[in-house]
Design a protein around this ligand. Structure first.
Ligand SMILES: [Zn+2]
Length: 318
């Protein structure tokens, strides 16, 4: 199979063609976004055409296309709002059917699509999925599918309140959310704050040429730097509190963690485990917490997964 995948973010768009084993055959990208979604969609479609051409094929020869817009999707069809680009109420399926001529076009938000990709790649049918990168997204996979909730906002464990004494504002409008205290951006802010307060620690980053962000703090923590280890312990505390809520409510057999921060899951896990022991009913505690199998291109693989599912569903009903 040849599956097209488009992952549109506020800061960049990535286009790819994958096979049925989630192998990325080719990928291309461009930075930034167009104000008018029509212009942006034309650009990503043209880029998909270039990918197809380099593989010796054309867009209309693809089996299916998965498209991830940079915002909330309703009913696996409509982009409600993309905060970074300002696009509103866009019929994603219609727009890309029109541009590509393909009969199978699927869409969903990045977190939901990636969770489906995790299910199909791992073969696991029930789990909590966390994506910890700039923000924290999460999804509940039950019986191999996303549990949608009444209005499409189930499984928002990134917005569970985990800090009551000094809560930070969160982009969702609440305060003290997991995302506000333990996302990659939040960890980076903490590093900047601590290095501002402690010039000696700032100098450690500068001498080693490490960036003052979550990644730089992970490098230092792996060298045994106690302050860096404390930063990861603090983030682990908040993530562990959030996971404890999920465990108490859903009692899933497994948790998968993806996103850039999942590269440092080993640094987070000791404190996550401690918090789960403190905050979770006994029989829900002993859950495996594993790094995602999707790797760096989680959203692209998620796009391919939802496209393949839709393709097989349409084949069945034919
Ligand atoms: Zn929030």
């Amino acid at each position: 199979m040849r599956i097209g995948a488009i992952d549109m973010g506020g800061s960049k768009s990535i286009v790819a063609i994958l096979d049925e084993n989630f192998e990325i055959l080719i990928t291309k990208r461009f930075e930034g976004h167009e104000k008018d979604y029509n212009v942006h969609f034309d650009r990503v479609t043209a880029l998909l055409g270039e990918c197809a051409e380099e593989l010796g094929t054309t867009i209309d020869e693809l089996d299916a296309l998965g498209v991830i817009p940079p915002g909330m999707v309703q009913g696996e069809r409509t982009l409600l709002l993309a905060p970074a680009t300002g696009w509103r109420n866009v019929d994603m399926i219609g727009e890309f059917e029109k541009r590509t001529g393909l009969a199978v076009v699927a869409t969903d938000c990045d977190v939901n699509a990636a969770a489906i990709g995790e299910a199909d790649l791992s073969g696991e049918r029930d789990f909590l999925w966390y994506n910890i990168s700039n923000g924290i997204g999460s999804a509940i996979i039950m019986g191999g599918d996303n549990y949608p909730g009444a209005t499409g906002v189930s499984g928002e464990l990134g917005h569970v309140k985990v800090e009551y004494d000094n809560p930070r504002p969160c982009p969702c409008g609440q305060k003290g959310c997991t995302e506000a205290h333990a996302s990659g951006a939040a960890i980076g802010r903490r590093v900047v704050q601590l290095t501002d307060e402690d010039p000696d620690w700032a100098k450690v980053f500068e001498d080693k040429g490490y960036p003052k962000n979550a990644y730089g703090a992970s490098l230092l923590a792996r060298e045994g730097d106690e302050k860096a280890l404390a930063v990861w312990q603090e983030a682990g505390k908040y993530i562990g509190r959030s996971m404890a809520v999920g465990l108490n409510v859903i009692n899933p057999p497994r948790i998968f963690v993806g996103g850039g921060v999942s590269q440092s899951l080993d640094l987070l896990l000791p404190e996550i485990r401690r918090q789960i022991d403190l905050c979770t009913v006994e029989f829900a505690r002993n859950v495996p917490i594993e790094q995602s199998r999707l790797g760096y291109y989680a959203a692209l693989k998620g796009a391919a997964a939802i496209a393949m599912r839709k393709y097989h569903k349409q084949e069945e009903t034919r």
